[in-house]
Design a protein around this ligand. Sequence first.
Ligand code: NDP
Ligand code: BG6
Length: 461
Amino acid sequence: METTDLVIFGASGDLARRKIIPALQTLDGKIKGLRVLGAGRSEMTTGAFRQLVAEASGNDRLASTADWIQLDYKSQDGYEDLRKLIKKDRSVVFYLATPPQTFADILAALNASGLSGREAGHRIVVEKPLGQDAQSARKLNAQLGELFSEDQIFRIDHYLAKDTVQNVLAFRFSNSIFEPVWNRTMVQSIEITAAEEIGIGNRAGYYDRIGAVRDMVQNHVLQALALVTMEHPATFDPADIRKAKLELLRAVEPLDPDAAVRGQYQGYLNEDGVDPDSRRETYAAARVQIENWRWDGVPIFFRTGKALRRQSTEVVVRWRDAPQLAVAGRKQRPIPTLLVIRIQPDEGITLRIGAKRPGPRFEMVPAGMKLEYRRLARTPLPDAYDNVLREVMAGGHTVFPGGKEIERSWDIVDPLIESWESDGHPELYEKGSWGPGAADDLLAGRAGDRWVNSGDEPGTA
Ligand code: NDP
Ligand code: BG6
């Protein structure tokens, strides 16, 4: 590959330090002359930034060539310094790793200083969430489209870059036995859980403006939902996969506040930097309807939140129960057949079935057939950001959502955000619990009447 400058806006931040810069270590050597330029408002010497790069990447060569450019995202001056640092013959990747409200200003300033443009090798990477609602996302997409061609734009949703998420496509479309039962006739419900054990850490400035719906649902949850429920794409080229996801998202009904639950963990208001009167949700759950031939009438539930019992990201497909079985005159409750796709941790897929317990009696017990995903790997599973950065550098679009999908996802979540921001309070939940009790009521009378917590449920772990 050619020599490349990676300009990270917001390089002083959490994401750059924890994910982006460490991922560069896996690229060094594959990209000749990779150089990191950090840009942001922080007063930092180049020496201090080099130290940051050295600590985050563990790569001395990368650190010794890094540079820091102090700039106000809105003002032209710093961009002039940036322009001087970038040599004509180098490819440039601009990576916007700042809070979403800064994106429009950075793009405008890049344009005004002549740094954007359709030159070969130039790329722009924008973090999620893209915008704060459908209107701002449309504006940003238009702005991106004026400054860069579509193949230069990389909109991040790092969930798509997780191998276990990409494996959903492989699982569904390379095993023909599942397709005939992947529909409203056979599936009773689908649950998507993206639970985190950690709270908001030191990200109050970002999180208290954003909340769980914008942070997780608009992007990661809806992308996972789309991959699980979309039709077969014409090919596995990025454009066709995007098309299939967009079609699906167009069939998803905008979220109904009456079928949704918001929560806030106890102690959130005492977190450093959180408004003491904040009504911001740290938990969101809802019932989703897909109005299409395949899924009509099948409830799809999601829940996501911070400070929950444990980290667990998974999709559970529950098939319709078998008729009750009478054994020696006694009816046995059928054991639900569940497919648990574990995105993380303990990556894998488990098919939970009913089986006869060995012994003289005909007794049914839940049992699991399990794929341990890590066993398929020759090396440790890469971090999603390793995959993101590799794809950006290679110019591939497989793990990036398209602009239209992002806009449609905002159309889906906006009614919920508007309703929650204008009215009411979140239900408090205990740290370390599974979230507000009301989330269980969402399932009442449906599915199994309670969420599947795969680690706790026999046959699913
Ligand atoms: P931070 O809050 O750490 O912000 C990153 C940098 O942006 C800061 O160091 C700061 O740099 C600048 N910044 C912060 N707040 C403002 C503000 N109000 N106005 C202008 N500049 C500001 O965020 P993260 O690093 O956590 O996230 C950055 C982006 O990445 C967000 O869009 C987020 O959604 C996304 N993301 C983050 C993940 C994570 O785990 N952290 C994971 C996935 C996505 P300076 O003061 O030097 O200008
Ligand atoms: C990010 C959110 O997009 O995803 C964070 O901004 C969240 O709030 C993170 O913690 C979760 O990612 P992962 O890969 O740890 O599940």
